[in-house]
Design a binder for this molecule. Sequence first.
Ligand SMILES: C[S@@+](CC[C@H](N)C(=O)[O-])C[C@H]1O[C@@H](n2cnc3c(N)ncnc32)[C@H](O)[C@@H]1O
Length: 217
Amino acid sequence: MNEEGELKGLRDDVYRRPLATALQRLGLGPGWRCVDVGAGGGDVSVALAELVGRDGRVYAVDSDPLARDEVARAAAAHAQVIALTQAGEDLSLPEQVDLAFCRFLLLHVLDPLVVVRAMAAAVRRGGWVVAQEPITTAGRIDGLPLSMPEARHPDVGALLPALMRDAGLQVVDAWAEAPAGVGPGPVADYLETLTGVDPGDGPVVLPPLVTVIGRRD
Ligand SMILES: C[S@@+](CC[C@H](N)C(=O)[O-])C[C@H]1O[C@@H](n2cnc3c(N)ncnc32)[C@H](O)[C@@H]1O
């Protein structure tokens, strides 16, 4: 398994709770039409598919053509997931959706506002844009700040409410959640796979994930 493959399983484990909180807060349910931008291995797409059911639809969009195969594998039991190779900046779907979602995407893109604007344009009036992005330098290993210098915008989570507003969306809710732990377990494993640092017995706080729920008026 490659590094992103290993991270994918662990990410799904340690960041499952923030995802569940966001989807519950939204009231996502049967029949919704969604897009998951920067879908990667499809963890979020599958979670969305399980909630929207057979009458719903999930477009899993990623700029990397390899992600399409990964999503197809992950979502094999979910006929409502349609994997597309597209850049988030050029998002173009066959229909307007109720929800545009992204997680761990904006830290990697050239200009996060361009992508949030494209997501806003993809939803119907009254629809939702939800982003979950980290503040990587607010993570801690044994009390010391964690950093992720290879990401273009490692602390984009801290800017997320303003990005949503600047994209013309109404910020309905915004909060941050961070998995934490000490000793062996998924939190330590995730950190080691992400950074190469083994935290040993030191306490770890993973980068808080800021969630913003925006509505298109
Ligand atoms: C860290 S992964 C996150 C995957 C998934 N959202 C999750 O939370 O598990 C980031 C993904 O964003 C994709 N990506 C990066 N830049 C993109 C862009 N401009 N448009 C669409 N996808 C992009 C990458 O190919 C990668 O699959």
